[in-house]
Design a binder for this molecule. Sequence first.
Ligand code: C2E
Ligand code: MG
Ligand code: MG
Ligand code: MG
Length: 282
Amino acid sequence: RAKSQGKSRYCVFTYDMYQQAIKLLQLENDLKRAIERQEFIVYYQPIVSLSTGRISGFEALVRWQHPSLGMVSPVEFIPVAEETGLIASIDTWVLKTACRQLRNWQEQKVIDEDVSISVNLSVRLFSQPNLLEIIDQAWRKIQLNPQNLKLEITESAIMDNSEAAAVILQQLRKCQIQLSIDDFGTGYSSLSYLHRFPVNILKIDQSFINAVEPNPRNTGLISTIINLAHTSEMKAIAEGIETPEKLAQLRDLGCDFGQGYLFSKPLAAKSIVDLLASAPQW
Ligand code: C2E
Ligand code: MG
Ligand code: MG
Ligand code: MG
C-alpha cells in the first residue's frame, strides 16, 4: 500500500497499517474467547446431485457472530485463527457441531440415511498429532456411518505436509471417511499427489465456474478436471453455481455434484429444515 501512495513511498508503517494491526490484535484477542462465549454458528449449504437434482449433502461453513462487529466472514478470521493456532479448536468444534446436526436431522427424519456432511479442515490440523483421535471421537460418539463424513482439505494442506498428510489420509480412508480436495485448480500444479493420496472428490474452484467471461478455454478446463476425476475413480463437485445456464452446462459436462447460490446460500440449521420441507429438486 505504501508504494502506491507516492509521497509516503518510504513509510514503513502507515496509519492505515497501524489500524489494520490494531484490528488484527482485537480479532485475535476476541477469537480466543469466541468458543466459550458461544459466538460461532455453523451454517449449512446444500450439495446437489446433478443426476437426480436432489440434495445429497451439506457443507458446514462456520460463522462468527462478533458482539460488536456483527457477522465476521471466515475469510477474515480463519487466517487469524490459523496464525494463532486457534484453528484446531474451531475446526474441532465445527466438526462436532456438524456431526451432531446431521444425526439430529436423521432422527427427525428430515433427511435420508445417505445424506452426507462435509467439513473443512485447516492445513494446521495436519500437524496435529491427535487429529485422528479428534475425528474419531466426534464421529463415533455420535454413531454415524463414516461414509457420511467428507473432509475438505486444500491442495496446499497436502503439499505443505505431504509426509504427515499421506499417513493421516491413508488412516482416514481406512475408516471409510471420504476426502475432498477443496478449491481444486487454484493450488500447486503438481498432480502427482492425486495418485499418492486416497482422494475421493475434486471440488472445482468457483473461480473457474464463475469466470467473468465464459470462454471455450475455461469450459475446456472445467471439462478436463471432471474427466480427471472420473478417470481416477473420483467424483467432481462444481462450486459457485449461480445461474440455470451454468447448471445446464455442468450437467452437460457430466459433473456429479453442484453447490451454489442457485440452489441455496449457506443457511442456519433451522432454515435448512424449512428448505427440506419443500422437497426441493433442480
Ligand atoms: P470453501 O470451503 O471453498 O467454501 C465455499 C465458499 O463459497 C463459502 O464461503 C460459500 O458461502 C461460498 N459460496 C457458495 N456458493 C457460492 C456461490 O454461488 N457464489 C459465491 N460467490 N460464493 C459461494 P464462506 O462460507 O464465506 O467460506 C469461505 C472459506 O472459509 C471456505 O471456502 C473455507 O475455506 C473457509 N471456511 C469456512 N468454514 C470453515 C471451517 O469450519 N474451518 C476451516 N478451516 N475453514 C472454513
Ligand atoms: Mg470447503
Ligand atoms: Mg472451495
Ligand atoms: Mg474457498
